[in-house]
Write a protein that binds this ligand. Sequence first.
Ligand code: PLP
Length: 438
Amino acid sequence: MPTITEKILPRTPHLVTSLPGSRARALIKRDQALMSPSYTRSYPLVAAKGEGCMIEDVDGNVFLDMTAGIAVTATGHAHPQVVQAIQEQSARLLHMSGTDFYYAPMVELAEKLAAYAPFPKPLNGSCARVFFTNSGAESVEGALKLARYYTKRSQVIAFLGGFHGRTYGAMSLTGSKIVQRQGFGPLVPGVTHIPYGTNASLAYLEEELFPRVLPPEEVAAIIVEPIQGEGGYILPEAGFLERIRRICDRYHILMIVDEVQSGMGRTGKLFAIEHWGVMPDLITLAKGIASGLPLGAILSRPSLMTWPPGSHATTFGGNPVACAAANATLRLLEAGLMDNAYHRGVQLQRGLTQLAGRFDQVSLPRGKGLMVAIDLLDAEGNLDARLRDRIIDHCFSQGLLLLGCGKAAIRFCPPLVIDSEQIQIALEILTKSLETVP
Ligand SMILES: Cc1ncc(COP(=O)(O)O)c(C=O)c1O
C-alpha cells in the first residue's frame, strides 16, 4: 500500500508525475474490475489526502480543488476543528440511533439549524422542527412523504432541470437528465414537471394546468431549488420564487426548497432562499452540512410535522459523529466562511467575466457566492458539451479539479475556505486551457 504523506500540502497545484501516475493507474484498474459502471468519473483522480482546498493523489500530485467533492467539504478538506470534533465524538459515542434514543450533539445541531431557519419567528417556542437523514435523496424523500401526509394530497409539482436524488421519490421529482430515469419505471405517480425559473412557467401552471388538468386542491407541494444545481447553476428570473410562495399560499400548497446543494453557506448565506427573502414551508439539506460526513436534514415549520411516532424514522440519520462534524461546520461558517464565500465569489465572477470578454467560447458567469458556473459555447454560440469536457480534462492535467453541470457548464463550487490567491490560480489555469484546447 502506498503511504499517505503526512506533510503539509502546498497551497497551489504541484504535479510530479504524468497523469494518471502509476499508482493511480493501478487503483483505477482494480476499481474498474468491480465497481458499478453507473458511476460517472470524468477524469482519473485517485485522491489520497485532502487539506483545505488541496487534494493530493496517490502519486503525490497536488491539485487545487474547485469541486469540494461535489459541493460537500464546506469547511475545506479535513478542517482541523471538524477533525477534532469527529475524533472527540467518535471516542465518546459512535452510534445510538437518534430515532430511538436521545443524545446531545443531535439536539445542539437541531437548535442551531432551527435558529437559522428562514421561517416565521414565533413569539415563543422553536421556529422549526428537524428530521435528520443520511443524504440529500433521503431528505427529499422524507419531505415528499411529510408533504403528502400533512396535506392529505397526492400531487407534487417539480421543475425541469431540477435534481433531487436517486431514490424512487427523489428520482421521480428529478427532471435533469433522461439517463437518470430511463429504464427505472414505473416512477412515483403524481409528479408534474414544468419549466424552471421563469414567471411564464408559473403563469402556465396557474392559467393552464390548474384549471384544465391539475386541480390545485390535490397538490401537496411545489419543490424547487433556489438555484438549480446539477441542472447548470441556473438562477431563476426575478420574482419567480416569490410567485411560487404566493401560489402556495393561495392554494394551501407547501413550498419545499431543496437546498441540498445551495445551502450551508455556499452562496454567502446559510440558505440560498434568504437572498430572495422568501419563507418556505420545508427545507431539505445535506452535502455541506457536515463537511464530508454523511448527514442530511429536513427542516419544517413546526406545525407541519404532524406525523406520529413510527411513521417516519431512519437508523443512521443524525449519527452523533456526523452531528458533531456539523456543529463544528456551523461554528466555522458563522466565524467567517459564509462571508468568505461571498467575497471570493465576487472575485471569481469578476475574473470569469473578464474571460467571457476575451474568449467567445465562454458565457458570462452566473451564480451566487461560491456556487458559480459558466457555459462553454461553439463558434455559433451554441452550448458545446464536448468543448466543456475537453477544458475540464485539460484543467485536470494542469492540476485544477473542476466539475461540469447542466448541458455544457463548468461549475465552481470550491471549499468555502478558498483564498484570493487560489481563486486567481484557478482563473489562470482556466485561461491557459482556453488558449490551448482546440
Ligand atoms: C439539489 C439536490 N438535491 C438532492 C440531491 C441528492 O443528494 P444525495 O446525492 O446526497 O442523495 C442533490 C445531489 O446532487 C442535489 O444537488
